[in-house]
Design a protein around this ligand. Structure first.
Ligand code: NOJ
Length: 575
């Protein structure tokens, strides 16, 4: 059996910061880099080793900075390159590392490269993006080169009047896809998006949409799964294309291998563990680890995620088990997460955000995550149990291009059918990306202490910020925040079992409790979690040796009874 090497990026806990919403230091309503620097002691005190900063690059912000107009500059409301240098140094001096988002499937349409590319068909950078001639239907109507739907609704192709061709954009119209087939383009990406920041001391990257750079050159039509509209979801055709592994290997050899970095790739639409192993096996020198999305995709609709269908606990348990164990016997590595800036809050999605249960269920989810193998990722606000926006917020309070475009497309397609729109709204209330983007709740002063701007932040503050905030939790030993700190310590104290152990699930068909064992050599732990608002009995798996209750999220529990209170979690240690 291959024995996986221990490294800083396996044992470290990562904390993701969304710069627009973390802390505004200058009262303009937007978060910024100096604001983040002012909170580094808080982050360190939580038990964090690695900070991941979502895009802070210059951008027209059609997709909150995932549309980059200059890799080597910072979005002015967030600060400057000099502020970033201070951030790198301030993380390092506290013994933490800093990784950035690497967004290189596409740029903004305001990037100089694209401006040149679209300026004429014979511009030297024309081939840096993906241009195709129109197709024509039998009645002479101009049609895009294929029927691919963009992630943000509508066609993935945009017509350019000036040069009379279409360009590809898998995301927003303002996010043209780079042409990775062109070697010069790849070199420019390495230099501008990667080397520039690595030379400033950043410790690696979270790599955006890491499996979409190679689309092949044929780009055939996608099968029709959503009849009645022309555009069809096509991830099966543009993810994991023929040269994907070659491009990542090259990125590793040419750039990453020269530094001590960590890389975590965003790997959607890749369900086969054997395929995922190709990306993360250290022998093939591609990525250190990936986010596989089964857990956060739970419940999403077949034709679109915002056609929510719901899920059963047994499905969640199955995907946890699958990705906990897929790398055993290889030198690959896995990740543990259930939130990020593209997801609804985990308490609202996977547990219960009603006032009587939200704290206990936030602690229960913390227990699940901290006991699971792989590098652990915590999203800002998760550590205080932030929850989704209230259900009475109208669509106008949502800002995200994905939600708004889909809502509008359904309105158009159904002629404002109230039933169809209500279903989309319900889905957005659960899965909407905006929930994670609400301002961080620091205290009970106006706008949750996020901004001093008189008329508030760029995004509406959660109505419950006076109840859920850092200040009210930081000195309370029974708070969600104190619990997270404790759990992160426990995870590190018993890291063989929790970070590196083998996962074994029990009673996997049960829809109310999640019971699993973590095993490392002769040591093991048992985790028992109740995912319902009712008392539940559970079968405690047999272990050799003495069983001792290590953590519980309910005060005064002895843990001898095989019965769990609503949302109760227990971790036992067998020694
Ligand atoms: C994935 C990012 O997480 C998401 O926020 C973004 O919209 C797309 N990639 C496009 O970059």
């Amino acid at each position: 059996m291959t024995v996986a090497k221990r490294t800083w990026w396996k044992d470290g806990v990562v904390y993701q910061i969304y710069p627009a919403s973390y802390k505004d230091s200058n009262g303009d309503g937007m978060g910024d880099i100096p604001g983040i620097i002012s909170k580094l002691d808080y982050i360190k005190d939580l038990g964090i080793d690695i900070v991941w900063l979502s895009p802070m690059y210059d951008s027209p912000q059609h997709d909150m900075g995932y549309d980059i107009s200059n890799y080597e500059a910072v979005y002015p409301p967030y600060g400057t390159v000099a502020d970033m240098e201070i951030l790198v140094e301030s993380c390092h001096s506290r013994g933490m590392r800093l990784i950035l988002d690497l967004v290189v499937n596409h740029t903004s349409d305001e990037h100089e490269w694209f401006k040149e590319s679209r300026s004429s068909k014979d511009n030297p950078k024309r081939d840096w993006y993906i241009w195709r001639p129109a197709k024509y239907s039998t009645d002479g109507t101009r049609m895009p080169p294929n029927n691919w739907r963009s992630f943000f609704s509508g066609s993935a192709w945009e017509w350019d009047e000036n040069t009379q061709e279409y360009y590809l954009h898998l995301f927003a119209t303002q996010q043209p896809d780079l042409n990775w087939e062109n070697e010069e383009t790849r070199r420019a990406i390495h230099k501008s998006a990667m080397e520039f920041w690595l030379q400033k001391g950043v410790d690696g990257f979270r790599v955006d949409t890491v499996n979409m750079y190679s689309k092949g050159t044929e780009m055939p039509d996608a099968p029709i799964i959503d009849p009645g509209v022309f555009e069809q979801p096509a991830p099966g055709l543009f993810c994991n294309g023929p040269r994907m592994h070659e491009f990542l290997r090259e990125m590793n050899t040419e750039v990453l291998s020269k530094y001590d970095t960590m890389t975590v790739g965003e790997l959607p639409h890749t369900p086969d563990p054997k395929h995922v192993l190709r990306y993360v096996g250290s022998g093939d020198k591609q990525l250190d680890m990936v986010f596989q999305f089964d857990i956060v995709d739970l419940g999403g609709g077949k034709t679109h995620k915002y056609e929510y269908e719901g899920y059963q606990l047994s499905e969640m348990k199955a995907v946890v088990e699958k990705w906990q164990n897929f790398h055993h016997g290889s030198d690959g590595w896995t990740t543990a997460f259930c939130e990020n800036h593209d997801q609804g809050r985990s308490v609202s999605r996977f547990a219960n955000d009603a006032p009587e249960w939200r704290e206990r269920s936030a602690k229960m989810l913390a227990m699940m995550l901290c006991a699971t193998t792989g590098t652990l990722f915590v999203y800002q606000g998760q550590e205080i149990g932030m929850i989704n926006a209230p259900k009475d917020w109208p669509i106008e309070d949502y800002k995200d291009i994905e939600s708004i475009n889909y809502y509008n497309s359904v309105a158009k397609r159904t002629n404002n059918d109230p039933k169809a729109l209500a279903h989309v709204m319900k889905s957005i209330q659960i899965l909407g990306r905006d929930h994670a983007r609400l301002p961080m709740q620091w205290d009970s002063t106006p706008y949750a202490g996020f901004t001093s701007k008189k008329d508030g932040a760029w995004m509406r503050t959660h109505d419950l910020y006076k109840k859920i905030n850092v200040e009210s939790q930081v000195n309370d030993p029974t708070s969600v925040l104190s619990f997270w700190k404790k759990m992160l310590k426990v995870r590190k104290e018993y890291k063989d079992i929790f970070i590196h152990g083998v996962f074994e699930g029990f009673d996997m068909d049960k829809q109310d409790t999640f019971v699993f064992k973590k095993i490392f050599g002769k040591d093991s732990a048992i985790v028992a979690l109740n995912f319902t608002d009712k008392e539940q009995v559970f079968n405690r798996p047999h272990v050799e040796g003495k069983l001792q209750l290590l953590v519980s999220n309910v005060e005064g529990i002895e843990g001898t009874e095989e019965k769990l209170m609503p949302y109760e979690g227990r971790i036992y240690l067998a020694q």
